[in-house]
Design a protein around this ligand. Structure first.
Ligand code: GDP
Ligand code: MG
Length: 703
């Protein structure tokens, strides 16, 4: 038991040591090296410092500058428990390595106890050269100071007490430059950002009170400010529009070590006493960039300073915000896409679960974005959020389309089934279609509506118009099919009826046969269309067509009827048929008496008389069989175009010079030559009949 405790204590100690060594290993990195290059792994360094904590905006940046060997690094190491190189640490009293050094701390040295909520502080130590050297080094000094102003909240200006009042101390010369450039950079300082200039007076003996030292420095600064050449619009701006000033005196580190440490600890209090008046990290000083954006911002700033470009800080911050929000958005989108297919696949068929899953995926992605990106400039963050939302919707639109397509197919199948299985006696096609259509549209719009309501669709206009066009096309096809079936039904009756009637009339023609044929033609059409007639020559085929469309269908039916009439007439009235019709008429009169009994011839004169009458009777219809005219002697003409407009090669020959089609004219049944031919045959045949009749008398006599 005892042994166990010993062991346990050891382990705890060991763990404590581990922790201690981890948090105190604050070897600084050279953020900007002697060659003025920005540290390429700065971001990694930050990540190491932070681990996987979410720091957000809760971090601070502080810089120091002042002449070489004025004890800056020494102060920082005591104040922040950092590990910057100092002269003392160097074996030979050579200069420390030039550049801007960066260290991280959570452990500010304070007099008060700070248990939790220690902020992450990043400390920049500017390691310059002695003021004695000129030229190139002065250039670095100036750039470093500008950089420090651009990226930090608090700038410590480190100076010896005895330097105060001696303008030659290059701190003040440098501050003048910094003021000047700062003013040209920020102009009127509309966004009210400020930097705290914290003057730390070293080796403050105490003979001259701090207040008079600070008055003296303040006067000097105000004088510098008044002498600045100010850009247009900033003539009236004051030092205090851009900077807050604080003064602190520290005891001599080597002569009054304890006092020095005590003074530093008191200074440290001001970095941790959040919410008090003496707290140094005012929100107004913060650049409002999350830590991961800060590195990029700092690098951009350095790049601009180094290359002497205009250092437009607000623009820099926007650029960083753009880059970062973009990065965060695409990360969130990537994650969304990687999960998408798998989580959507099983829900594709049912609206409710599908939409709630889509909403969940979307919300997850957006809140991932919000979590990190909302810390950046608000308008940049919102703008990118909008476009991320758009990208998500684009991705989702594929699924929505697929869903709607399947839905539409299902609704369409139902509609067709309903129409085809309706009780035809009580429900018309048109009514059934109208009811079905309303149902399809409302079901469909309801689905689209719920996608829209949940903001899964950016716009429903496009999708609705796409689907309604397709739906309209399908309805048209359905109507066409219904119409086709109806027309076929009409055709099946109408065509043979017309044929029969015409042939019947023509086979026993009267002189007014064409009047009869045309009367019959119209009445046959009419009786076949009786169920569609709404008024004289106006029809509704009951598939939901417009008046014009109905009229066009009726016209086509007339064309069909006319074509039937045309072919029937011309096929039937060939030379032989006409000859035999004429002969029948002749024989009816010649051979039979009015009672219909065969005549018995007694004398040849009798035969000649009858022959003349019979022949005249027969030929009474010859003209109407060779030319279709009414009893008023008007040539019959179709009232619709019955010849197909066919422009193919072979038909060209039928066109006259005006290009009018003349393949055949309805009324013209026989040509003059054909008429001769008919008459010849007719005469020959009736002559034979006459001869036979005469011979029959002779035969009777010889008996
Ligand atoms: P830096 O170049 O400004 O960073 O100065 P260092 O921190 O490297 O210190 C330069 C020298 O000043 C070292 O030898 C220190 O021992 C010494 N030093 C540090 N602090 C003080 C101080 O408060 N008073 C005086 N007189 N010397 C100091
Ligand atoms: Mg130093």
């Amino acid at each position: 038991y005892y042994w166990f405790h010993l062991k346990r204590a050891n382990i705890i100690n060991w763990l404590k040591n581990q922790h201690f060594s981890m948090t105190t290993d604050r070897s600084a990195i050279q953020l900007i090296d002697e060659e003025k290059a920005f540290h390429q792994s700065a971001l990694q360094y930050f990540q190491q410092c932070i681990g996987n904590r979410d720091v957000g905006l809760d971090y601070h940046v502080i810089s120091v500058f002042g002449s070489q060997s004025s004890g800056k690094s020494t102060l920082l190491n005591v104040l922040f428990n950092t590990n910057f190189d100092t002269m003392d640490a160097q074996v030979k009293r050579q200069q420390t390595t030039k550049g801007i050094w960066l260290a991280h701390t959570e452990e500010v040295n304070t007099t008060i106890e700070v248990s939790s909520d220690r902020p992450d502080i990043f400390v920049l130590d500017v390691e310059g050269s002695d003021g004695s050297e000129r030229g190139e080094d002065q250039d670095f000094e100036r750039k470093a100071a500008l950089f420090a102003i651009a990226v930090s909240e608090v700038l410590i200006v480190n100076m010896w007490e005895q330097q105060i009042g001696l303008y030659q101390g290059n701190n003040m010369a440098l501050l003048k430059t910094v003021f000047e450039v700062n003013l040209s950079l920020f102009g009127k300082n509309d966004n009210n950002h400020k930097v705290l200039l914290l003057f730390v007076i070293r080796d403050h003996v105490g003979v001259t009170p701090l207040s008079s030292l600070s008055d003296s420095v303040t006067r000097e600064l105000e004088k510098i400010w008044s002498e600045l050449s100010k850009p247009a619009g900033c003539e009236d701006s004051t030092l205090y529009d851009f900077f807050d000033l604080q003064f602190i005196g520290l005891a001599h580190k080597l002569l009054q070590e304890d006092k020095f440490i005590q003074d530093v600890k008191k200074l440290g209090d001001s970095f941790v006493m959040k919410g008090t008046d003496s707290y140094y990290f005012k929100p107004q000083y913060h650049h409002r960039l999350p830590l991961d954006g800060w590195t990029m911002y700092a690098e951009n700033c350095w790049d601009q300073i180094e290359h002497n470009k205009d250092l437009d800080l607000p623009t820099q911050q926007i650029l960083v915000a753009r880059f970062k929000t973009e990065e965060i958005a695409s990360e969130a989108l990537e994650e969304f896409i990687s999960k998408y297919d798998e989580s959507i696949a099983p829900l594709k068929g049912s609206l409710g679960p599908l939409t709630s899953q889509l909403v969940a995926l979307k919300e997850e992605c957006l809140s991932k974005y919000d979590e990190q990106a909302s810390r950046y400039a608000k308008n940049v963050y919102m703008e990118k959020r909008e476009s991320l939302n758009g990208e998500l919707n684009t991705h989702i639109s594929g699924t929505i389309n697929e869903f709607l397509e399947t839905l539409m197919e299902k609704l369409w199948d139902n509609l067709r089934l309903e129409i085809s299985s309706r009780d035809k006696a009580s429900t018309s096609f048109v009514d059934s279609l109208a009811t079905g259509r309303t149902k399809v549209e409302s079901d469909f719009n309801e689905s689209v509506g719920s996608f829209k309501k949940l903001e899964l669709l950016s716009s429903d206009k496009e999708i609705i118009s796409k689907f309604s066009n397709e739906f309209e096309e399908k309805i048209k096809q359905l109507r066409d099919a219904e119409l086709k079936a109806k027309i076929n039904g009409i055709k099946k009756n109408l065509v043979p009826e017309l044929k029969d009637h015409v042939i019947h009339l023509l086979s026993h023609p009267s002189k007014n046969v064409w009047d009869d044929i045309m009367d019959d033609f119209e009445s046959t059409i009419q009786s076949n269309l009786s169920s569609y007639e709404i008024s004289k020559a106006e029809y509704d085929f009951k598939v939901g067509l417009s008046d014009d469309e109905n009229a066009a269908v009726y016209k086509n039916i007339r064309i069909l009827a006319w074509r039937t009439l045309d072919t029937t007439v011309h096929d039937y009235l060939k030379i032989d048929t006409i000859v035999s019709i004429l002969r029948d008429r002749f024989e009816d009169v010649f051979r039979y008496d009015t009672e219909g009994s065969p005549k018995l011839w007694k004398a040849e004169e009798e035969i000649d008389g009858a022959f003349r009458i019979a022949k005249e009777h027969a030929l009474e219809v010859f003209e109407v069989l060779s030319l279709a005219v009414t009893s008023d002697n008007v040539e019959i003409m179709p009232d619709v175009p019955i010849v197909e407009e066919d422009s193919s090669e072979g038909n060209e020959i039928y066109r006259d010079n005006e290009g009018i089609f003349h393949s055949r004219r309805f009324a013209h049944i026989l040509t003059e030559l054909q008429k001769e031919n008919v008459l010849d045959q007719f005469r020959r045949q009736i002559n034979i009949t006459v001869l036979d009749s005469k011979r029959s008398i002779i035969t009777t006599r010889t008996h």
